[in-house]
Write a protein that binds this ligand. Structure first.
Ligand code: HEM
Length: 316
């Protein structure tokens, strides 16, 4: 009897709070849509899957979009909102102009609305899509709590709080610290640069500054990319559609693309973490998934603090 009782309490805890050890946030639950929209996760997964089969590089876009959503006003889908005549939204800020994958979110939302209208928030769809993009690319598989609500504010001026690629390690530690992250979590999250590309405009300053943290062959490669213009793209690591730890190995070889990436190896504050993740992919995956779950709960809105948008691009 006692054992049965204990089991019940444990099962209840897992259902209400989430898995033991996961950061618990009021209003969020792993099984949030279990009754109200049981196929939501599957619809997102299938939508991401077919989009990435057509264009594997979109995985990077979805992961980055989730980060840019969460860092500005919390994970509330504010990055998805279109500008109007009266309001220039976050997505039109220079820091967000190269975000990609909006149509994947729209597509999943449309299918979900057809099954359970007004139930699943755009911020949850984005969080699930980013997670599925990581798994699809070969990264860790993990569950995330759901139940975020969508915000009603999206202003270009708020995006000033995104970290620029000119930041050094102390500045990165500081800005992530303001959101409650440790230096280790910041370095693990930066490992998302195992996916995707940067445009010349994000690293050309390193060339004119003759940045000494760069290996000369990388400097030549970046110059070649920039000879094709500001929007020319450079993969952030040698395996830019595979989620692996090659990014950290590249930093050890002074082959990071962004100044802010290479800064993680240049600084004694974070170099040890780069070395650990370069040596031990399992450790990187483990830390990355935890940091992503934490990032996905930043300042989430619940109840009257938000809404469930019916179109992710517009406030209801
Ligand atoms: C540590 C501070 C960070 C800085 C300074 C930074 C900066 C940048 C910049 C400048 C780019 C290239 C944008 C372009 O040229 O179009 C980029 C790309 C990217 N970032 Fe970050 N980032 C940071 C952290 C993160 C985090 C925490 C994530 C996700 C968890 C992330 C995910 C990505 C991805 C996946 C791309 C590639 C996007 C694509 O190919 O479309 N970044 N980042």
């Amino acid at each position: 009897m006692m054992i049965n009782g204990l089991l019940l309490v444990v099962v209840e805890m897992v259902i209400v709070v989430g898995l033991p050890g996961f950061p618990s946030v009021e209003g969020l639950r792993m099984d949030y849509y279990y009754m109200s929209c049981p196929f939501a996760e599957m619809i997102v997964r299938n939508t991401v899957d077919s989009a990435l089969r057509r264009d594997p590089t979109l995985a990077a876009g979805l992961v980055r979009m989730h980060f840019h959503d969460c860092f500005i006003e919390g994970c509330d889908g504010s990055v998805l909102i279109d500008s109007t005549k009266r309001n220039t939204a976050e997505k039109d800020s220079p820091a967000n102009l190269s975000l990609r994958g909006y149509e994947v979110i729209d597509n999943a939302k449309e299918q979900i609305e057809a099954q359970c209208p007004g139930v699943v928030s755009c911020s949850d769809i984005l969080a699930m899509a980013a997670r599925d993009a990581v798994v699809w690319s070969g990264g860790p598989a993990y569950d995330i709590p759901k139940g975020r609500k969508d915000g009603r504010r999206s202003r270009i001026e708020d995006t000033i709080n995104l970290p620029p690629p000119s930041f050094n390690a102390s500045q990165l530690i500081d800005i992530f610290g303001k959101h409650g992250f440790t230096a280790q979590e910041m370095v693990a999250l930066s490992g998302a640069h195992t996916l995707g590309v940067a445009r010349c405009s994000s690293f050309k300053q390193r060339l004119s500054n003759q940045d000494r943290s760069m290996d000369s062959s990388i400097a030549k490669m970046l110059s070649r990319t920039c000879s094709r213009g500001d929007n020319a793209e450079q993969p952030l690591d040698p395996t830019s559609t595979d989620f692996d730890n090659a990014y950290f190995g590249a930093l050890q070889g002074k082959a990071g693309v962004l100044f802010s990436d290479q800064a993680l190896f240049s600084s004694p504050q974070t170099r040890g973490l780069v070395n650990s993740y370069a040596m031990n992919q399992a450790m990187f995956f483990f830390d990355f998934q935890w940091a992503m779950i934490k990032m996905g709960t930043l300042d989430v809105k619940e109840g009257s603090g938000g809404e469930v948008r019916s179109n992710c691009r517009r406030i209801n």
